[in-house]
Design a protein around this ligand. Sequence first.
Ligand code: SF4
Length: 96
Amino acid sequence: MTARNTLWHLDAACVGADPEVFFPLDLAPVSHGVAAAKRICALCPVQAECLADVMIAEDPARRWGISAGTTPAERAALFAAQRQATPAAVAMREVA
Ligand code: SF4
């Protein structure tokens, strides 16, 4: 088993970026705001770690902004797919 890297955020491409870039008012997938945030995430060396953390920690009732290069709708779809794929694993996470 490999130790989980908990310091990944130190290498994040968004360090020093304007946080407002990641919270565009227009969350349409083709909007300029979403594209700007996704461009930063696309260059991020820790995007996989970021997505893993979001999938574990994000409150589904409070999804907002761009995280790990995904919109709230895209993350909702990922959550739904994960839930279908591993219902037991998701249930265990919710109990923990
Ligand atoms: S994937 Fe995007 S939001 Fe996540 S750490 Fe990297 S730049 Fe920041």
